[in-house]
Design a protein around this ligand. Structure first.
Ligand code: PLP
Length: 394
């Protein structure tokens, strides 16, 4: 018996576990100090009433013989896929129902999709980035190369034709940097992928934060993306489904390589390894896209966007350079006085009891940077901004 020794190549210490350890140690030593957490990217507002009503109704349906549901379709119920299809129509993207696959969240599908790709593919990942892209490929033993995201390119690396990549990850709006590609910039990535016969795995988990019409809500707003892109999206951030679990993956019919059709191959994979998202959860998810659901969700999003503005206004006041804050729930900024990310983490914790996420946890180019999130409560965010301002001005 042999384990998959690729696991030896993955960092042992998970970023947020280390953050939690340091905060715990500090709080035990300083029980009188109130620690304000703007670190983890989890939402804090509860599910909206329209979703809760739909969940209750679906639970009742399961109690009656005539409306009970057993195994559902692998690719999700049509009532939810139709809502998702209409949602895409709102930003001018026309999809077929069977290009949409309902998932239990973007993270699972971002990892699972690798089943349909050869181990030999060269993977291009931006640095810094959401660690899941790197770790899932390392587990499979794939070669990873990095596209440098730095303050020089606004943390938005552009394609380099001297680099040959097969699988390209793009996350926009980005976690952790909050930076978002314009449609014009994304077109360059789409052209590069088509020229190289590569595939873009496009993570749109934060699309709901986009307000600027120059930015893309979906990669499929870009001409040519249907022959080179797969999109992953999630109800986690738009509707607070981080604990309820639902997302979707869009695979165009036109995406084909080596006589294999990506859409059909994925359905084959899903029907073997996945038995669908619970009917109850899909009913709750469909309510997200209802008129009433969308109205209620807009209020929640406005709440988080306001928090992002509180943080970015604070950094503007202190003259600190940052990305994100607009069109994104993340604010990403340079640590002052040349501090490393972890030095600044400790400095903030010690001196104003604000917890953020060290940028170095997202890749080597994240060193010297720091991430704050807008997903806290307004009260905590305001207090944290006041403390931060005092400290940074000093
Ligand atoms: N993609 C990005 C960029 C994320 O930051 C996250 C979660 O924070 C996810 C995907 C995971 O989404 P889900 O909750 O749908 O699995």
């Amino acid at each position: 018996m042999n384990f998959n020794t690729n696991f030896n190549d993955i960092e042992n210490n998970y970023l947020f576990a280390e953050v939690a350890l340091r905060v715990k140690a500090y709080s035990e030593k300083n029980p009188d100090k109130k620690v304000l957490k703007l670190g983890i990217g989890d939402v804090t507002l509860p599910l909206v009433p329209a979703v809760i009503d739909a969940l209750h109704k679906a639970v009742d349906e399961m109690s009656k013989q005539e409306s009970f549901k057993g195994y559902g379709p692998y690719e999700g119920y049509d009532f939810l896929r139709t809502e998702i299809l209409n949602y895409y129509n709102n930003f001018g993207v026309k999809l077929d129902l069977d290009e949409i696959f309902v998932s239990d969240g973007a993270k699972s599908d971002l990892g699972n999709i690798l089943d349909i790709f050869s181990k030999d593919n060269v993977v291009l990942v931006p640095d810094p980035v959401y660690p899941v892209y790197v770790d899932t490929n390392l587990m499979a033993g794939r070669k990873i190369i990095y596209a440098n995201a730095t303050s020089d390119n606004g943390f938005l690396p552009m394609p380099d034709y001297s680099v040959n990549a097969d699988i390209i990850y793009i996350c926009s709006p980005n976690n952790p940097t909050g930076a978002s590609y314009t449609k014009v910039q994304l077109k360059q990535w789409v052209d590069y992928a088509n020229a190289k016969n590569a595939i873009i795995l496009y993570d749109a988990a934060y699309e709901c934060f986009i307000e600027d019409s120059n930015l893309a809500r979906s990669v499929f707003e870009i001409k040519g993306a249907e022959t080179c892109a797969i999109e992953f999206c999630s109800l986690s951030k738009i509707a607070g489904f981080t604990g309820t679990r639902c997302g979707y993956t869009v695979i165009p019919h036109a995406l084909e390589r080596d006589n294999l059709n990506a859409n059909k191959t994925w359905l084959r994979r899903q029907s073997t390894k996945f038995n669908g998202v619970p009917y109850i959860v899909q009913k709750g998810a469909a309510a997200v896209f209802s008129k009433q659901g969308m109205q209620q969700i807009k209020q929640n999003l406005a709440y988080y966007k306001h928090n992002a503005k509180i943080i970015s206004d604070c950094l503007d006041d202190c003259g600190v350079w940052y990305t994100g804050g607009k069109n994104s729930p993340y604010v990403w900024f340079k640590c002052p006085d040349g501090m490393s990310s972890w030095q600044f983490f400790d400095y903030l914790l010690e001196n104003c009891q604000v917890v953020g996420t060290p940028g170095s946890g997202f890749g080597k180019n994240g060193e010297g940077f720091f991430r704050l999130t807008a997903f806290g409560s307004e009260e905590v965010t305001k207090e944290a901004a006041t403390r931060l301002k005092k400290l940074l001005k000093r």
